[in-house]
Ligand binder design. Structure first.
Ligand SMILES: Nc1ncnc2c1ncn2[C@@H]1O[C@H](COP(=O)(O)OP(=O)(O)OP(=O)(O)O)[C@@H](O)[C@H]1O
Length: 288
């Protein structure tokens, strides 16, 4: 299964938000969609799922146009931050209602998932009485319960407690193994780094960079605070590695893990002490 976006353009009145070159997403992969606040990540997800339809260009699932064939969205699950549930009804009502819209609702599976998410005991209470986290869990449950082949998550971890985030990350990796396609946005670098196979950086309406996080020889940005900045600088210069120096004896440079290991050994041999080491994927620089 593929999800293809072809020359998608969208504006909120005079505010042009998306103007994308063609891009294709494949099954069995997790894609991180990242960018600064307000660049259009949520808008992008809304265009993929017919929440916004007045765009030009096309969104296609296996070559079929989603705007013209909304039934294709039966294979798509989505979680958006501003998603509204029926607050004056119970969690169970919402689960059955949204499940029924799909036509392939498996209540047993949904209840098992509710148990894993630890909201099964609250399903008979009105959603209005739910905490923010419980509300988010119910939205997650609704997106996951239909066995969707394509899953879209806009900031899915916001509002969840740590154990649920850990559970959910493992669950997502399991879904990927099963061959689902997952698109996820998060402002938390670590979430993207631990989950995504590929990261697409959105800026000025376009995906300006794509990073393959599974590439074995990728380089990272290292920041090291050391007791001997001049000795470390000399080491880096000898190795032909460009670096910049910052206040408080921090040095920043971009190298692969293998080169870093070698550099670290050399530093130890020369009695250079590293007080603090920070390692970041390159996409992080683009969204600061
Ligand atoms: N309903 C709307 N009407 C008009 N403009 C909107 C609307 N929703 C979003 N926008 C604007 O569209 C742009 C993209 O917003 P969007 O919410 O898609 O960004 P985002 O990347 O998801 O942001 P964040 O990281 O803050 O969640 C912003 O300039 C925003 O102000």
């Amino acid at each position: 299964m593929t999800l293809a976006v072809k020359n998608l353009k969208f504006s909120y009145r005079a505010n042009s938000v998306l103007d994308l070159a063609p891009v294709t997403f494949e099954q069995g992969k997790i894609y991180g969609i990242v960018g600064k606040n307000g660049v259009g990540k949520t808008t992008f997800f809304k265009t993929l799922t017919n929440i916004i339809t007045n765009y030009s260009g096309s969104v296609e699932i296996d070559g079929n146009n989603v705007k013209e064939n909304p039934k294709l969205l039966a294979s798509v699950g989505i979680v958006l931050d501003d998603m509204e549930l029926y607050k004056n009804y119970t969690g169970l009502f919402n689960m059955r209602y949204f499940g029924g819209l799909r036509g392939n609702f498996d209540e047993e599976r949904a209840l098992a998932l509710a148990q894993e998410l630890n909201i099964h005991e609250s399903l008979n209470e009105k959603v209005a009485s739910y905490s923010l986290g419980m509300n988010k869990k119910l939205i997650l449950l609704i997106s996951l319960m239909n066995n969707a082949k394509i899953l879209i998550f806009d900031e899915p971890f916001r509002g969840l407690d740590k154990p649920t985030v850990e559970w959910f990350k493992k669950y997502l990796l399991g879904l990927k193994q099963e061959g689902r396609m997952i698109l996820i946005s998060s402002h938390v670098q670590e979430d993207i780094e631990t989950l995504a196979d590929e990261v697409l950086v959105l800026e000025n309406g376009k995906f300006i960079e794509k990073f393959d996080l599974k590439e074995t020889n990728q380089s990272y940005i290292y920041r090291v605070q050391t007791d001997s900045p001049s000795k470390l600088a000399a080491l880096l210069e000898t190795a032909g590695i460009k670096f910049t120096s910052q206040a408080e004896n921090w040095l920043t440079f971009e190298i692969t893990e293998e080169v870093y290991r070698h550099l670290f050994k050399q530093a130890v041999a020369q009695d250079i002490e590293f007080y603090q080491i920070k390692k970041e994927s390159k996409f992080v620089e683009l969204i600061k």
